[in-house]
Ligand binder design. Structure first.
Ligand code: ADP
Ligand code: GLC
Length: 490
């Protein structure tokens, strides 16, 4: 029998142990899909204080000393409800920092993030080199985003005998950029300070380091893989990515079809599926009640969930706020982030009681009930590497209204005569992003919403699609295999 491929999957968040966005969802579900394909994949993540509190059981497994950080413990556990082994990197820089893993409560980055994620990357390097007393030899490393970028650079620096690496870019907008002095204080090989190492325009750039150290660079949709090689979406790294175009590959994220299943969702007042859409109406009424909205079936209830950052285009919705209220629609919002946006959304709610409801905060259960209870879901993202909420919406029979970028364009098929005829229509795609586009998108959803037979067809098209991980996990596996075959040929 062939030996399973041994993969170290390094990530800074894993649902349900820590999540700020889609990276957590992906890190909690992709390794399970790869494990089901027979791979010996194990996750390494920081042991945040909140993570340890959420875990039922873990045990200290080994210890190492790394200057300038001192003693680091590796704890062993299992990803809840799975057979995926988990290594938790335990150090006061993680365990004594409550809340968000990257920012303080005012939304500012923790001042020592360079140290924190250098510590994480260097510990993962020790695991990858089998120097962490875990008795496990790694065949290859799968890093994610800038937080584990240094890991691949450090491995590459050691030459050909180390495990090859792949990095997945979940969001090019976050690169982990720090000044040179910070780099000098991290005890990293001085030689890494070069443009094909960590250096980028006189600064240290952890994501660039990750790209330079990796054999393949994947990102989370084919559309975004193309976009990041262009100047408007490249965040200053488009030149490098164009240079590596043969190694840049888009693999669409899957979703966890068990957690996000309207027929078996414990968060919902009444489960439903494509054959019992009338039960969805019950969820709408319950959501209106829960969020203090007028209980009116005729209004198109539009949901919005997400991190309140520039990426998500929530400011543009606000510009259309009053015009939207002239349409027969209601708005249900769940999110947190930028304090100015939070205040502006609360102000919108105050001005239109019963029509707009805004919940500031993070709430998993409410996110599920918004997906189920809304008629349509709005994602006016300026850019969107993949986006998971539009796929959750499709699965919940809640047609998404999206800006046609990145993963949104890859998953949402605009509704018109031809797509209705071939049963592919599943939502509404705005080609531009401004107030007119938002009004146009919501207006079109309304137009179809008033034609129940067509609306149901759009809902059912979305609900019939399979957004599970099977196909994408096979694509990752094929890349892993290629990396190992190349290595064996050397
Ligand atoms: P991103 O990773 O850019 O934030 P995604 O659409 O990929 O966007 O994933 C966002 C994930 O985070 C989804 O699972 C979404 O439901 C969840 N999420 C975002 N904000 C909140 C919130 N305030 N409460 C609950 N879940 C949230
Ligand atoms: C990022 C992106 C989002 C993507 C998620 C998971 O946070 O913003 O589009 O779905 O990562 O890959």
């Amino acid at each position: 029998m062939k030996k399973p491929i041994r993969v170290l999957f390094a990530t800074s968040e894993v649902h349900p142990l820590m999540k700020t966005g889609g990276l957590g969802d992906v890190s909690g579900s992709l390794p399970q899909a790869l494990r089901a394909l027979g791979m010996d994949i194990r996750i390494a993540m920081p042991a945040y204080g909140d993570t340890l509190a959420r875990l039922q059981a873990w045990r200290p497994r080994s210890e190492l000393m790394l200057a300038p950080f001192g003693r680091i413990r590796i704890l062993e556990a299992r990803l809840p409800d799975s057979d995926v082994p988990l290594y938790l990197i335990d150090h006061p820089l993680f365990s004594e920092r409550p809340g968000n893993p990257y920012n303080d409560s005012t939304g500012h980055a923790w001042p020592d993030n360079a140290e924190r994620f250098a510590l994480f990357s260097r510990t993962c390097e020790s695991i990858a080199l089998d120097r962490a007393a875990l008795d496990w030899q790694v065949d290859l490393v799968h890093a994610n985003d800038w937080q584990s970028g240094l890991l691949t650079a450090l491995l590459a620096e050691r030459g050909d005998q180390t495990p090859p690496a792949l990095i997945t870019i979940h969001n090019l907008a976050y690169q982990g950029v720090f000044d040179r002095k910070t780099f000098q204080n991290l005890n990293l090989p001085v030689n890494l300070w070069r443009p094909d190492g960590v250096e980028h325009w006189g600064e240290m750039n952890c994501l660039k380091a990750g790209i330079n150290g990796s054999r393949f660079i994947t990102t989370v949709s084919p559309g975004y893989a193309r976009e990041i090689q262009t100047q408007p979406f490249g965040n200053g790294l488009d030149g490098l990515l164009r240079h590596r175009h043969e190694d840049v590959i888009g693999i669409l994220n899957g979703i966890d079809m068990k957690t996000w299943d309207p027929a078996h969702d414990p968060a919902l007042p009444l489960p439903y599926d494509a054959e019992q859409l009338e039960n969805k109406t019950h969820n709408k009424r319950a959501l209106q009640e829960e969020m203090g909205l007028l209980e009116d079936d005729q209004l198109l209830l539009v949901g919005l969930i997400g991190r309140m950052t520039g990426q998500k285009g929530l400011d543009i919705v606000l510009q259309a706020a009053d015009a939207l209220m002239s349409l027969p629609v209601q708005i249900a919002v769940l999110g947190s982030g930028d304090q100015g946006l939070e205040a502006a959304y609360l102000d919108w709610m105050a001005r239109y009681p019963g029509r707009v409801s805004v919940h500031i905060g993070y709430n998993e259960g409410l996110a599920h009930r918004i997906e189920a209870g809304c008629d349509a879901f709005l994602m006016p993202s300026r850019f969107e590497p993949c986006g998971l909420n539009q796929m959750y919406s499709l699965r919940y029979g809640t047609p998404p209204i999206v800006h046609g970028v990145g993963g949104l364009r890859d998953t949402v098929i605009d509704t018109h005569e031809a797509t209705l005829a071939d049963h592919s229509a599943n939502g509404f795609v705005m080609r531009h992003l401004d107030t007119h586009a938002i009004l146009w998108g919501v207006g079109r959803a309304l137009e179809y919403f008033r034609q129940p037979t067509l609306w149901q067809a759009i809902q059912q098209n979305g609900m019939a699609a399979d957004f599970g991980w099977d196909k994408s996990a096979l694509q990752y596996m094929a890349l892993y295999q290629r990396m190992l075959d190349e290595r064996a040929r050397r």
